[in-house]
Design a protein around this ligand. Structure first.
Ligand SMILES: Nc1ncnc2c1ncn2[C@@H]1O[C@H](COP(=O)(O)OP(=O)(O)O)[C@@H](O)[C@H]1O
Ligand SMILES: O=P(O)(O)OC[C@H](O)CO
Length: 502
């Protein structure tokens, strides 16, 4: 292990870009973060400007690197990337310019395209090969939408001048000065175009979604020589040696290296991953199969439950309702609320993900009375994230797992009230590590293994430390009442979506 070597990680998330520098002991020595604009041009549409993604990534990376090298006297030797997944960027290979805004994973504009694919009887084939379900969440239909709706996109594709990528791929294209068009297998596994069992872009899926092979990046394993960042950005050449979708990266950063280990990340959304080792398990309860990070020759897999709105509920209370000034206020408000008061909040702002998969569902609050106040609403908002996790765990356990303990991370786990309620309502032990930035840490682990800063996975495993353990303490009867109320609220929300479709 090189003692003065540092690793720069780029955690490009849905609401902000964050750069972190790690040292050879796995500790964070510098952080820089910038939020960027979210665009909602039509109901259900969510877009980012790719130039915002690039600029905030570059600015935060430079700031964190300069601070870390000045502070420690060490040198950054490699870069790791963890990114919001599924989000689609398409650019012109000749000019490097995106042809449209990025279509974000939360965007629902392709709901009818997905319905048509399902009606065409393609669901089983898509599920078997990609591990995913047909839903607007994934990249494939978003890419199709751009090819069909953005002027010149199809003709550029015909001329071989169009490139598609998830966010990691776009960042590497820019970092390498336009040399690299590459991604990693965890990101590829979220596109709906990748055969996760055979580890290749799937010709039948490409044909189904009418995606030309020429627009796709090359795929590597997550710890690999991806590309070199040119000196223009950091003053010297720096190799990108670790790349993963942020949720797979978080599982790696949480040292969930063994089959059966489970992590759940609470950022904008919530994503629960259970390690399946080298077995590609198929859920019979509407969870996803996905590629996890590997360090050896054999591909690794996880079963995943994806919830679209988690920490974003607090952002909505802050930015849209304006009843709080910061997300952290929800903790005190929830304590003040005292009880659930029969108030339920189903935050289906962008449809419901696993295990319901209803793109048409929309958010709702139930049980409001004249006495309902902002504390009740804040509590219901936090509760909703715990109930949604319960729905995932119920599906996971029905698939044969025994998730008795979960490692949690992400911005929302600073909220201890939420974690205790999560433990209570799921009757599961919740383990918060000393380092909740697992996403960035996973990318640092991957990059550092490849660049020689870390010598082995065993070394990394020893770096993981628990900070607080939240144990279930709620009586079964109380839990049952609360959960029954939630189930009724979800049922009503799904029924309403069904009525809207009729
Ligand atoms: N104390 C808190 N209580 C509840 N939610 C919080 C708290 N702190 C942060 N959040 C939420 O966590 C999210 C930020 O987490 P982060 O992991 O940075 O997300 P992302 O990577 O998706 O951008 C925001 O949605 C924010 O509202
Ligand atoms: O930006 P995050 O951390 O909420 O993660 C987004 C996920 O990768 C979407 O699948």
């Amino acid at each position: 292990m090189q003692s003065d070597a540092l690793i720069l990680t780029l955690d490009q998330g849905t609401t902000s870009s964050r750069a972190m520098v790690f040292d050879a002991s796995g500790a964070v020595v510098a952080v820089a973060q910038e939020e960027f604009a979210q665009h909602f041009p039509k109901p259900g549409w969510v877009e980012h400007d790719p130039e915002d993604i690039w600029q905030t990534t570059l600015d935060t990376a430079r700031r964190a690197m300069v601070a870390a090298e000045a502070e420690t006297g060490g040198k950054v030797v490699s870069i790791g990337i963890a990114n919001q997944r599924e989000t689609v960027i398409v650019w012109n290979r000749e000019t490097g310019k995106p042809v449209s805004r990025a279509i974000v994973w939360q965007d629902r504009r392709t709901a009818s395209m997905c319905e048509a694919l399902k009606a065409g009887g393609h669901e089983d084939m898509v599920n078997e090969r990609s591990g995913l379900t047909i839903d607007p969440y994934f990249s494939g239909t978003k890419l199709r939408w751009i090819l069909e709706n953005v002027p010149d996109a199809a003709s550029l594709a015909d001329a071989g001048k169009l490139a598609f990528g998830t966010v990691d791929s776009f960042l590497m294209y820019r970092l390498s000065g336009g040399q690299a068009h590459v991604t990693d297998e965890t990101n590829a596994s979220r596109t709906l175009l990748y055969n996760i069992r055979e580890g290749r872009w799937d010709e039948d899926l490409l044909r189904l979604l009418k995606v030309p092979r020429s627009v796709l990046p090359d795929v590597k394993t997550s710890a690999a020589a991806f590309c070199d960042a040119v000196p223009e950005w950091f003053g010297r050449v720096l190799p990108v040696t670790g790349v993963a979708g942020d949720q797979q990266s978080a599982a790696f950063g949480q040292a969930c290296f063994h089959p059966g280990m489970v992590k759940s990340t609470y950022g904008t959304g919530c994503f629960l991953l259970a390690n399946c080792g080298d077995e590609c398990l198929t859920s019979t309860n509407r969870l996803l199969s996905t590629i996890a990070c590997r360090t050896g020759a054999a591909p690794q897999f996880a079963v995943e439950g994806s919830i679209f709105i988690a920490g974003a509920v607090s952002q909505w209370l802050r930015d849209s309702l304006q009843i709080i000034k910061s997300a952290s206020e929800t903790e005190l408000l929830a304590q003040q609320a005292g009880g659930n008061e029969g108030v339920y909040f189903v935050p289906a702002f962008t449809g419901l993900g696993a295990p319901h998969w209803d793109a048409d569902a929309r958010g709702a609050m139930y049980g409001l009375t004249r006495g309902t106040n902002k504390a009740d609403i804040a509590r219901a908002a936090l509760e909703s994230v715990a109930y949604q996790t319960l729905d995932l765990l119920t599906a996971l356990n029905a698939d044969g797992f025994d998730a008795g303990r979960i490692r949690v991370d992400g911005g929302m786990v600073a909220n201890s009230w939420f974690l205790q309620f999560l433990a209570d309502v799921t009757a599961t032990t919740i383990d918060r590590p000393d380092m909740i930035e697992s996403t960035a840490r996973g990318a640092a682990f991957l990059s550092g293994l490849q660049s020689g800063v870390f010598d082995s996975v065993d070394t990394l495993e020893k770096l993981w430390q628990s900070e607080t353990v939240f144990r279930p303490s709620m009586h079964d009867a109380e839990r049952k009442v609360l959960v029954t109320g939630w189930q009724k609220a979800v049922k009503t929300t799904l029924y309403r979506a069904q009525l809207d479709r009729e």
